[in-house]
Write a protein that binds this ligand. Structure first.
Ligand SMILES: [Zn+2]
Length: 186
């Protein structure tokens, strides 16, 4: 029998703390946020209302950068555009929409595209008729339709894109409720 030696080297391998919890699957929820691995194909259901999705589901690219870069817009729009193109992160996700939400997206895209010619027409009419209020109404109409159309058309809004995981807002509760809860990693 050997005496206990507190100074001998440990026989068991040293415990290595996990730096990232590896998870099964590739999509989870974290509150109201969707968490996915890169190249994730979400279940074939509408991410807004959980109804069956229209097939085939498009594999769409999403870009994101740290919001702090938006400060450059105040400096110069062109500088911002160049920097944003360099620092932005990219990922791709297949997110389904049902018939109803796909139609809503197409209407939103149509409104966004129509915003510029409609607004410009009113503004030119205002210039032609020398009516300041008509020019202002045209500018407001253009901005309003553009913002409203984009809001109707957007599918997922990236809130963070990291090297492994990406986070998105824009999913409905009914869809999120079917996903497992995200418990770790980055
Ligand atoms: Zn839907």
């Amino acid at each position: 029998m050997t005496a206990f030696n507190p100074y001998e080297a440990p026989k068991a391998p040293l415990y290595v703390a996990p730096t990232r919890v590896e998870l099964d699957g590739d999509c989870w929820r974290e509150g109201a946020v969707l968490v996915v691995r890169a190249e994730c194909k979400l279940p074939p259901r509408c991410i807004k209302c959980n109804a069956p999705a229209v097939e085939p589901i498009k594999h769409r690219g999403y870009y994101w950068h740290t919001p702090a870069w938006y400060v450059l817009i105040l400096l110069n729009l062109l500088i911002y555009a160049v920097v944003a193109a360099m620092v932005r992160k990219h990922t791709r996700v297949s997110a389904g929409l049902c018939e109803r939400h796909l139609r809503r997206r197409r209407i939103g895209l149509g409104i966004a595209w129509a915003s510029v010619p409609l607004g410009m027409t009113l503004m030119f009419m205002g210039v032609d008729m020398e009516r300041g209020w008509l020019i202002l109404a045209g500018a407001l109409l253009m901005l309003g339709l553009l913002i409203g159309g984009v809001a109707m058309a957007r599918i997922l809004m990236p809130s963070h894109i990291g090297p492994v995981y990406a986070r998105f807002k824009g999913c409905g509760q009914a869809f999120l409720a079917t996903l497992p809860t995200y418990v770790g990693g980055r």
